[in-house]
Design a protein around this ligand. Sequence first.
Ligand code: NI
Length: 149
Amino acid sequence: MGELSRTGISLEHDLLEGFDALIAKRGYKNRSEAVRDLIREALAADAVAANQTVVGTLTLVYDHHVPNLAQRLTEAQHQGGALVLATTHVHLDHHACLEVILLRGQSEQLKAMADQMLAMRGVELGKLVMTTAGLTRSHTHDHGHPDAG
Ligand code: NI
């Protein structure tokens, strides 16, 4: 974590009460951590909106019996512009496959790749979630990261 700065904000009593109730429900121990997370979320959303380099997960559920679908999904990952970091595949049942694809690239590249795959016949459900890494905090390896030195 970087050097801490302190700030104060003014807000209506009702708004603060509502915020305290929300963060208690979500399990926050104090307002500061809840506010920090809201700011991180806003910065990540801004990075996505500004087509910055982001990381993302694309979750797909598809029917592997649809002809050529698995091959077309693979081709889309090779040609899509975004970098595929890893994929995880689980055979859910006789028909359905669950695949999670980890991506890095400009948000527009991720979105285009996801849209292409989600529109394929046989892809039944799916969702792309994008976020940032390293832009909203310094990475000090104080959380037990495997490559901590
Ligand atoms: Ni499968």
